[in-house]
Design a protein around this ligand. Structure first.
Ligand code: CA
Length: 491
């Protein structure tokens, strides 16, 4: 008996690097970028960018075509991901709040179950991380260059491009700091491609010689929707600043970085000033400048995701590591004339989601099941073989991942945005989306919108109160009421 036990111990000690020593509990690498719209990933069919490394996760795993967030804004999305609870329950309804780190969440549950937990990169929850053995995070939003970061061992001043630095720290943790005898959950989160879209030194001149196709709603006049769509302040035409457009010197760059930066932008800016553009031509120029800088930032994230995936392969970790790639929400790349997020309209309501899990997920598969960031914590706990706490409001979509799900995973999703008054003046709203329809209530303004997504996928014309939709409208209102009860929303 004793000999058998000793033999098991030896086997555990000699377990190959990629396999958790305490059985086959999978490691988890959760990658989340900030404001990365699915329109800017080639695995989602984008024709304006090539993202080979992110695409690898989809090719070797599953791509979700209907992954949604509960509240399309940075901090709240992160709090939902950690807690598995809607914003009104976890308390973080809008940016500027401070996350109550004393509440239970994914990091704490995984740690209690024997996982090593680490969070590296963007955190943006106002309070220091709890529930992580190691953290190395940006302060607040964090700059694109030369970040000062908070760590479990005090502050650290870095020099260089933030996307590269976050990856350097991540690789260092994987190689040098983790305990190889325990499974890990590593949360690796980029600041990019958040505003103000400052490209890294390797990509400053990407896309210089191409014209990015414009979305056909770039000059949307909002005539088919209620007043909130007109009254926002996030248009490419009017609300991008000279700083966003790189027409003025950028802050925080050191002397050497400034030199490289100026070499990239001075000539482009000179040509722009000489052209003296006005009207729609000026909007078109702003669109090109904005989207190209955004895509340049995504390109660096893709390079860096590739570095981490390569290390998982080289180390043998890949075979027992679940890799998730997502964003804290989607984004407007000129659709409706906008940049930014916040709305329940598809571009910002949806978020990219690809998951790789060798041996469990059929490589190259796709799913149109409606999953949410609310489900991420329950899913990861379930994947690790742990019970999902009853008070989490999301549910595990492991059955979707492993192909055992029969029928639809859920028939409707609930959304609620709170940040008004606030940046970009998007009115508060909540709503419900089903397979085909979407009902939105701008409750402070007192208007409703209803979209038939099959007939009007770009959501240009609300059919609220149209007689032919009377029954659909009544059913959606009932569904909305049901969901608000289920999620314990208090009016
Ligand atoms: Ca964000």
């Amino acid at each position: 008996m004793l000999r058998v036990f000793a033999g098991l111990l030896l086997a555990a000690t000699l377990a190959p690097l990629g396999v958790a020593a305490d059985g086959d509990r999978p490691n988890i690498l959760y990658i989340m970028s900030d404001d990365h719209g699915y329109q800017a990933l080639s695995c989602y069919g984008s024709e304006i960018i090539d993202t080979p490394h992110m695409d690898r996760i989809a090719k070797e795993g599953m791509r979700f075509d209907r992954a949604f967030v509960t509240n399309s804004i940075c901090g709240p999305s992160r709090a939902v991901m950690l807690t598995g609870k809607h914003s009104h329950i976890n308390g973080f309804t809008r940016n500027g709040k401070r996350f109550d780190g004393s509440q239970p969440h994914l990091g704490k549950y995984m740690r209690q179950a024997g996982y090593q937990t680490a969070v590296i990169g963007k955190w943006h929850l106002g309070t220091d991380p709890t529930g992580f053995d190691y953290y190395h995070v940006l302060r607040g939003q964090g700059p694109y260059y030369n970040p000062n970061m908070l760590t479990s061992n005090g502050p650290v001043q870095h020099t260089g491009y933030t996307t590269d630095i976050i990856t350097d720290v991540t690789l260092n943790w994987l190689k040098e700091q983790r305990n190889e005898d325990e499974p890990f959950m590593l949360i690796y989160q980029h600041k990019a491609p958040h505003r103000n879209w400052m490209p890294g030194p390797d990509h400053l001149n990407d896309f210089d010689d191409v014209t990015i196709p414009e979305p056909d709603t770039l000059f949307d006049d909002y005539s088919g929707r209620t007043s909130p769509a007109r009254n926002q302040t996030m248009t490419i035409a009017e609300h991008l600043s000279p700083h966003d457009l790189k027409l003025v010197p950028q802050r925080r760059l050191n002397e050497e970085q400034t030199k490289v930066w100026n070499e990239a932008y001075e000539e482009k800016n000179r040509k722009f000033r000489e052209a003296n553009l006005t009207g729609k031509d000026l909007v078109r120029w702003k669109y090109q400048r904005y989207v190209k800088d955004y895509l340049r930032c995504v390109q660096s994230v893709d390079d860096n995701v590739g570095r981490v995936l390569d290390y998982l392969d080289e180390s043998g970790l890949a075979e027992n590591t679940i890799v998730v790639y997502t964003s804290d929400q989607g984004w407007y790349l000129g659709e409706h004339g906008w940049y930014d997020k916040r709305w329940m309209y598809e571009e910002s309501f949806r978020t990219p989601l690809m998951v790789r899990w060798p041996g469990k997920i059929q490589p190259g598969s796709t799913s149109d099941q409606m999953v949410m960031n609310l489900d991420f914590a329950p899913t990861l706990l379930d994947a690790a073989g742990l019970e999902v706490p009853e008070d989490m409001q999301g549910k595990s979509f492991v059955p979707v991942l492993d192909g055992s799900q029969e029928g639809s995973f859920r028939d409707a999703v609930y959304y609620h945005y709170y940040e008004f008054p606030g940046p970009h003046s998007v009115a508060k709203h909540y709503g419900v989306r089903t397979d085909r329809y979407k009902l939105i209530h701008f409750y402070d303004v007192g208007t409703w919108e209803l979209f038939d997504l099959e007939k009007d996928p770009k959501e240009l014309t609300s059919v609220y109160d149209a007689p032919q939709y009377a029954e659909v409208q009544a059913d959606l209102k009932e569904k909305l009421k049901e969901l608000r009860e289920q999620y314990q929303v208090i009016d």
